[in-house]
Design a protein around this ligand. Structure first.
Ligand SMILES: C[S@@+](CC[C@H](N)C(=O)[O-])C[C@H]1O[C@@H](n2cnc3c(N)ncnc32)[C@H](O)[C@@H]1O
Length: 386
């Protein structure tokens, strides 16, 4: 059990989310959260009338602290998991929630804001996109403070702040975290380079070239992931009306390719990133407009609350990171959820790096596992619900 997050005599009990994850050794806040909270409190930057925007709060350490006041807090995240984590932690600490407003990374920013607290995201593309959005929305009077682990704030990171916002300075490091202060200038803003678009060469079973559009925080936004490339070579041939889930769909390349080969399949695209789901939807609309009606697009934590148990096939290229932590709990959850959602005889087909040994998990959950293809880096595996 962790010690609580104690700041200014307030004890907050914060969980990582989802709560029931295998790796319990990681805590739900970091030194940059602590530094931001202490700094804002010491400087008295928040009072009952302050309107604050918090970007990329991971599990609520910032939101929970600043919701202790009666001010308005706008929480912006691309991660559905983080949003759920923040809600969970506010609830378990019995904190008021009427002053908290949740926005996704694709929403317009709220206006008349006094303070932006910015947790620097791992993705430099998301950083760029969000800074451009901030500069486009706010004036020079905005107070802007960012925070991260000192080792993740490189001079190249500071240049991104300087380029997109204005004069940038940093604090001393405290507990290996650092703050970044920006004074917005009045120079004109840069145009967002996102969504980025690349061409997907035809891969069996698809015979057409596709144009793949990617919002800033989408996995493989520059080019096709190597694992996905290998996976595409051994997608199964499916019958008409087959019900398929593309789990952790990213930009939707797996489901899109399957749908091109079997235009009467029904594909449900699921991802925890709002930008991923928006990209997957845009990619079906652009490349297979006649099939959009057979597709569903859902932001979700794996297959939470999908209980129909009538799915024929789940395709999955699982993640092995949650934020900055390397973890296999999402793969476990994806495989367990797939097992539940499949009908009897249904198949989970996955791709993974060989060293991740996903066959052990599949054997444990499904009681069977077949190797479909392998090379020196990847393995494509299939497990059937019996
Ligand atoms: C390795 S990427 C695969 C993306 C895409 N299918 C491909 O092959 O290029 C894994 C995806 O899983 C998503 N993801 C991570 N955690 C998730 C969760 N708890 N529920 C749903 N999707 C999740 C990530 O956002 C990411 O898009």
């Amino acid at each position: 059990m962790f010690s609580p997050f104690i700041i200014n005599d307030k004890n907050l009990f914060l969980d990582r989310f989802p709560v029931a994850q295998v790796n319990r050794s990681l805590q739900a806040w970091d030194a940059a959260d602590e530094y931001l909270v202490n700094y804002v409190n010491e400087q008295g930057l928040i009072n009952d009338n302050t309107k604050v925007v918090i970007f990329n709060d991971t599990f609520g350490a910032l939101t929970a602290n600043f919701s202790l006041k009666g001010n308005q807090v706008f929480c912006i995240n691309d991660s559905f998991l983080s949003e759920q984590g923040i809600k969970h932690n506010l609830e378990q600490n019995h904190l008021a929630t009427d002053n908290i407003h949740y926005l996704t990374s694709l929403d317009a920013l709220p206006i008349d804001i006094d303070l932006v607290l910015y947790k620097i995201p791992k993705s430099k593309s998301l950083l760029t996109e969000q800074l451009i959005q901030i500069k486009n929305t706010y004036s020079e009077s905005l107070l802007f403070i960012a925070g991260d682990r000192a080792k993740d704030i490189h001079s190249s990171t500071l240049k991104v702040f300087e380029k997109h916002l204005g004069t940038t300075t940093t604090s001393l490091a405290v507990k290996k975290a650092r703050l970044v202060f920006c004074q917005l200038d009045n120079k004109s803003t840069y145009q967002s380079p996102f969504p980025t678009v690349w061409e997907l060469e035809p891969t069996y079973p698809a015979t057409t070239k596709f144009s793949i559009s990617n919002h800033a925080n989408v996995y493989a936004r520059e080019k096709l992931d190597l694992g996905a490339r290998y996976f595409l070579q051994s997608l199964p041939a499916v019958a008409e009306s087959t019900k398929v889930i593309d789990l952790g769909c990213g930009n939707g390349v797996l489901g899109l390719t399957l749908l091109a080969a079997q235009p009467l399949a029904k594909i449900h695209f699921v991802d925890e990133s709002y930008m991923a789901i928006a990209s997957a939807k845009a990619n079906i609309e652009k490349n297979l407009p006649n099939e959009v009606g057979q597709c569903e697009f859902t932001v979700n934590d794996c297959l939470t609350n999908i209980d129909e148990r009538d799915i024929d096939l789940v395709l999955c290229n699982p993640p092995f990171h949650q934020q900055t932590a390397t973890t296999d709990h999402i793969a476990w959850q994806m495989f367990n959820d797939a097992f539940r959602a499949l009908k009897k005889g249904g198949e989970l087909r996955i791709i993974g790096n060989r060293q991740l040994a996903y066959h052990i998990k599949l054997m444990r959950i499904f009681g069977n596992c077949k190797e479909i293809a392998t090379n020196n880096k990847f393995v494509t595996l299939s497990a059937k619900k019996r």
